[in-house]
Design a binder for this molecule. Structure first.
Ligand code: TXA
Ligand code: MG
Length: 323
């Protein structure tokens, strides 16, 4: 599949229409969402979905998130318990994926659901994603548009660097403003659990659901099949919670107490700003490490509140031993 001519589509009505036509014909288009760039394909077309797995080098047992334009479309594919409706109404469009029971006659490819009896579904907020979903008028399955295990892309330039020649098109658009992937919430028997921390904070989910929510590392929480231990990996090594700087290290800082930082995720210590910068700064730090000969990216401690939970989750995987 390498050697494919990848078209760069402009962020206008023509570009959107072209993107929808390519997906309709079974092609692969990288498109922006508010979280990260997704690699989109028709969620009903198994051949197209197989191509997504191949382009990413992704283990085929990982199910994909289905993107739709609105709640009415989502109801074609999944059954919404009252609490799921409450969450969807509060957070859609936005960075929340709901894992819900599949509806019979859903028509989605088995490769999207990995044969499970549930589906992860979300309505993205980014205007270009909304425009594409409206033009396509159907379900688009989209993992993040990066090679499996590597740093997620938050701009068209990131996707170009990783996937050029492997996919049909890339939509050139404004960057992803949330910067970490969607929160994945499972609703089972009207009970809510968090499978992956993400762009909607635990505090917000608790407030709307009115429930005490089991966390991803809680033994009561069902495991999300795609949560790889080593993920988001730069080429350099990563050391977390660094309060000092060793030789051969460069510092990715957070907050006002990181004077030696090469880059600072948020000088004011704001986790929302840090999330938006996270993946692009990890890429920049990796380039800096390569050009200066630094072996390790040290990262300042980041609090667990608000989007800090999602940031620390991604960093833990970025620092994990590589497979
Ligand atoms: O923000 C996002 O969610 C981005 C953008 C592109 O929308 N997408 C994304 O997709 O992060 P991906 O494929 O990188 O992550 C999908 C996650 C995986 O961990 C997968 O296991 C989980 O969703 N997932 C999908 N279907 C599931 C299901 N039925 N039950 C449990 N987990 C599921
Ligand atoms: Mg991903």
């Amino acid at each position: 599949m390498a050697g494919l001519k990848t078209e760069i589509l402009p962020d206008d009505a023509d570009g959107i229409e072209k993107a929808a036509r390519i997906i309709c014909a079974g092609g692969l288009v990288a498109f922006p969402t508010e979280t990260v760039y997704g690699l989109g394909a028709d969620a009903r077309n198994s051949t197209a979905i197989a191509t997504v797995y191949a382009a990413k080098g992704r283990p085929a047992f990982n199910p994909l998130i289905v993107h739709v334009a609105n709640l009415a479309q989502a109801k074609h594919f999944a059954r919404f318990a009252p609490i799921a409706l409450k969450l969807a109404t509060a957070f859609w469009p936005g960075p929340l994926s709901l894992v819900l029971p599949l509806k019979s006659g859903h028509g989605l490819s088995d490769l999207v659901t990995a044969g499970l009896d549930t589906v992860a579904i979300r309505v993205p907020k980014h205007p270009s994603a909304q425009a594409l979903l409206t033009a396509f008028n159907g379900p688009i399955a989209a993992p993040s548009a990066n090679p499996s295990g590597r740093i997620s892309p938050t701009s068209a330039a990131h996707v170009k660097a990783d996937m050029y020649g492997k996919i049909d098109a890339i939509m050139q658009s404004s960057p992803c403003f949330v910067g970490v992937e969607s929160s994945i919430v499972k609703v089972h028997d009207n009970q809510v659990s968090l499978l992956r921390a993400g762009g909607i904070s635990l505090e917000q989910i608790r407030l709307v659901s009115g429930q005490d929510i089991a966390l991803p590392d809680d033994p009561k929480t069902p495991q999300s099949p795609g949560q790889l231990h080593s993920h988001y990996a730069p080429n350099a090594k990563v050391r977390l919670n660094a309060t000092t700087l060793n030789g051969h290290e460069i510092l990715l800082g957070f907050g006002p107490d990181s004077p030696k930082a090469a880059l600072n995720l948020s000088p004011e210590g704001d986790t929302t700003e840090a999330a938006a910068n996270l993946f692009s700064y990890l890429r920049k730090m990796d380039h800096m490490a390569a050009s200066t000969g630094a072996k390790t990216i040290a990262i300042s401690p980041i609090p667990m509140s608000d989007l800090g939970l999602a940031i620390n989750d991604r960093l833990k995987r970025a620092a994990a031993p590589r497979v």
